[in-house]
Design a protein around this ligand. Sequence first.
Ligand code: KIV
Ligand code: ZN
Length: 387
Amino acid sequence: MSDANRVLIFDTTLRDGEQSPGATMSHAEKLEIANLLDEMGVDIIEAGFPIASEGDFAAVSEIARQTKGATVCGLARANIADIDRCWEAVKHAKSPRIHTFIGTSPLHRQIPNLTMDEMADRIHETVTHARNLCDNVQWSPMDATRTEWDYLCRVIEIAIKAGATTINIPDTVGYTAPRESASLISRLIETVPGAGDVVFATHCHNDLGMATANSLAAVEAGARQIECTINGLGERAGNTALEEVVMAMKTRHDIMPFTTGVDTRKIMHISRRVAAVSGFAVQPNKAIVGKNAFAHESGIHQDGMLKNPENFEIMRPEDVGLAATNLVMGKHSGRAALRSKLNELGYELADNQLADVFVRFKELADRKKEVFDDDLVALMRDASNDP
Ligand code: KIV
Ligand code: ZN
């Protein structure tokens, strides 16, 4: 596999993810998550927004000092004070990055109340300043997917000439769709002078539930950095979920022949830790990391799973850090699953015994949502005590 197909994973759980209302993490929790991200093999950790608060500054500085492998990035608006503060925090890293941005769409241009020319000058000035401090500068035209085409090309060219090394294309309000996401990236790469010298990144929000599809479409069109968060944590409907894009490229490598540096076996642990420290529980049917993502209750599925897991699973649970598939015992379960579960619990039953226990099990399952191992042990005890 050539390096041309290596996709950088930029995790922004600690910045965009933490911006989610109510998801605030403590200093110690941020250090723990950054460490897990580093161990998992993400390429860039966006550790926070240093000028936002003393706490953010302290967290980004310490993450910069502790991180062994990943590049550590901080966010800065398009002004000198933000960029200086960001540099003060990230400069301790082995590999620091400054990420500076400004809203370029007609709506977002009204916020600083700059004309198009004034904004272009501001971009030139701030990216130049960032590049004088740091060799690794990322620039983002916020709300890129609602920015006029000509203006988008113009400001990206300015940022590249001023020294940006990564150009991120944010779909800030989750507005784009896969085909449009792909065409935007490929046209920018073809059109903007100097585009071949920088990495193009995709940063998608999930307002219409298309963040993963839009990110993968952008990669197919030439983007080589995906910005994402664990569990898709993020403002409103969240950001692209790291576990989804990484597992999609691994599982469908036949049609998406891209690689990442992520050790996918660490996904489940970090997902659980992010859920615990952010207070944002993962929905049971969430792709990859939901409680039911590798669980089966219906008799037909359980029987199929026992014969060959590939019948109903496209990924191996071990590949995301789960010990095994979970055959959930409930009213939809069949005899094969009951026998297998009882074998696991140490019971070997003849066919006539199993038939009797199966009737008792179904009665119990009609009363309970889920039948746990302890329930089955009690049921076996009752069955052996009855004459
Ligand atoms: O969604 C967005 O536009 C952002 C930028 C700061 C990159 O998070
Ligand atoms: Zn964002």
